[in-house]
Each structure stands twice: as structure tokens, then as C-alpha cells.
Design a protein around this ligand. Sequence first.
Ligand code: PMP
Length: 405
Amino acid sequence: MTLEQIFATRAARLKASEIRELLKLLDQPDILSFAGGIPDPSLFPAEAFAQAFAEALTPSRQAQALQYSISEGYLPLRRWLAAHMGTLGVPCGTDNILITSGSQQALDYLGKLFLSPGDTALVGWPTYLGALAAFNAYEPEYDRLRIGSNRSAADYMAQAEVAGGRVKMAYLSADFANPTGETVDRAGREQLLDQAEAMDCAVIEDAAYQALRYDGDPVPPILALEIARKGSVEACRTIYCGSFSKTLSPGLRVGWVVASQAVIRQLVLMKQAADLHSSSINQIAIHSVAERLFDSHVASLRAVYQRRRDAMLDGLARHMPDGVTWTRPEGGMFVWLTLPTGLDGADLLARSLETVKVAFVPGRAFFADGSGANSLRLSFSCASESMIEDGMKRLGALLRDAQAG
Ligand code: PMP
């Protein structure tokens, strides 16, 4: 008997992410990469962090910075976040906030909290791959979340029963989603809340990219719309997952959850059991940097990423052959391409790396059912405008060639 034979059943649902495996291959200097969905490291507020860490390690503060701390998270950071959420239309107190090690940890805990084997999670088709990876360990079924279609709550519930469970959550990134870059408008968010009400399920609002809007009018968070209906976060079924990864630093692993105290209390117990608390010194540093420069820093990030987004949309318009369509994101880091049926993103990537040397992520990995072969994700966050123009030209040539046979 090998140890593999006695792994728990959930281990069978965990598989290496195609994307992460792929990213390892792309570290070659001659490749123009639009694959990684990560912030541009040259834009990190490194000096402000150097100062914040130095201050945290002064003799009067080092005991707090290097010591264990409470599972809920560093109180001054939760106070800053409560005020920040207030500006987004989400009035809440520090007891409604849990600090997590990135929003990825929040997704894991929420899977653990809501999903028994056979329960259904409604997700986008496509959706964030890391959410599928986090939820998979809890052995759910997936069904396609369709906002604004005539698919009724009763249809969803009937399908979940056939699968042997019930609909427990609708997960979505409503602003500039990964991978599509698309935003759900206000009417769509209201419809989603109506559907969730009818199904009596949680709404997991993944707000990882929310601060990165380049144009168009901001749409209130789903949680803000639900609070407007119900009067208080305590009555809400929406659970908001925020992150400092795309604004200040992903490496420090600081994110947060906003929800009713009943949900936060349960998540705190999970955090105690899993890792006790997120890094004390990282929370202190994030708080100090956020307090000093969050708004001005985010404004400067927006200006840079907006130019790159514009360069990508211009390049696509100039170089893509007929039959290829793409999204026009108002923020975030991604543009999503749909290719004529019959073309396969994974085959194209292999061909691209050999010929035009442009990297992207084939779309299939983002679909819970493995469909979506004729799609791909491009990220503009780490490329200069001239690289983007060059890259779209090469990609256009590749696709023209592929269409010709
Ligand atoms: N949600 C989405 C939609 C993401 O794209 C990411 C990171 N790529 C995360 C959550 C996780 O981010 P973090 O754990 O760094 O906050």
C-alpha cells in the first residue's frame, strides 16, 4: 500500500494549475509575455515599505511586530479598512472584518465554511482559476452562474438537488474580472441579489481588482447594494473579499473579508485552526503604507495601467484578423479574446512559443467544465506600450496564419 492510496478523496480534486506550470516556462528573455496576471513590480511603493518595516522594528515596536497576534487581524488596519469600506458605500465596524493571508485564503475558508461534498457553487463560465482551485478541495459541483438570463432560481436549485446537494454560494468577481476583464453593471448586481435571495445562498464578492478602474462610472459593491436593501451588514448574505495584492503588494499576503459578525466569527475560528493569524509585521507595514499613500498610489497605478490597457485595445483593433473578438475592460489587468470555433488556445500557445514568441494563457483552464478551448487571456499589466504594440502585431500574424490553416 502506498501513501497515495490512502490520500483523502479531496486530494483527487487537486491538480497542478496549467497556468502556474506554464508560467515557469515563460521566463525566457526572448518571449513577450502577456500571460502572468501580476502587478508590475517597478510600481511597488518599495521606499514606503522600507520605512514602514524599519519603524515596525524600532525597539519600542518590535515586540508587537515580531510577536503572535490576534486571529481577527491588526486592529489599526481593521479600523483603516472599516473607514475605507465606508467610502465604498459599505458602512461596517471592525468586528465585521477579518484580515486574511491574501484574498486567496478567504476563498479557501469560504469553501470550507459553505461547501459539503455534492453542494453546488455557482461560478462564471469562465471564472477565476484560483477560486476553482480553492473550492475543489471541498468537493462541490459547479453550475454556470448566468446573471440576467431567464434561468430561474428554481432551475438552479433543481439541478443542485440532482447532484445530491444544494446551491450554497454564487461566486463572482464583479469588477474587471479575472480572466475576462468584464464588469457586472448595477442592474446585474441587483438581479444577482434577487436570485441569491430566492436560492437562500451566500454571495461571494471577490473584489481583488475593484480599485483599478480606468474609466466609466464606478458601480457600488454588491455588498453596498445589499446593505441599502437591508439596512445593515449584519442582515447580509454577501461576503466581500478584498486584497492589497493589486494595489500595494501581493508578496506581503494581506487581504480582508467583510461580512456579518456571525460569518466573521466562524471564519476567525477557521483562521485560528489554520494559521493562527496573518503575519503581524506585514499587517503593520501594510497599515502604515496604506495610511500614508493608498489613494495617491492607486491613482498613479491607474494612470500607468490605463495607458497599457489603451495600447492593448488599440493594438488588437489594428492587428487582429476578422472573426476574433475581445472584451473592452474598464479596469483591472485583462483582455479576453474569443477565437473562431475550431481554433484551440493551447495549440496556439505551443505554436506561438516556437514562432512569434508571444505568451498568453489558453482559456480552457478558466472553465469549470473544461470548455472554452477557443479563447485566451491577455494581461497588459507588466508590458510597456511598445511591447504591447509589438506583441499584438505578432499575435495577429499568428492568428491569421492559424486561420489560413
Ligand atoms: N481573486 C482574483 C480574481 C484574483 O485574480 C486573485 C489573484 N490573482 C486573487 C483573488 C487572489 O489574490 P490574493 O490572494 O493575492 O489577494
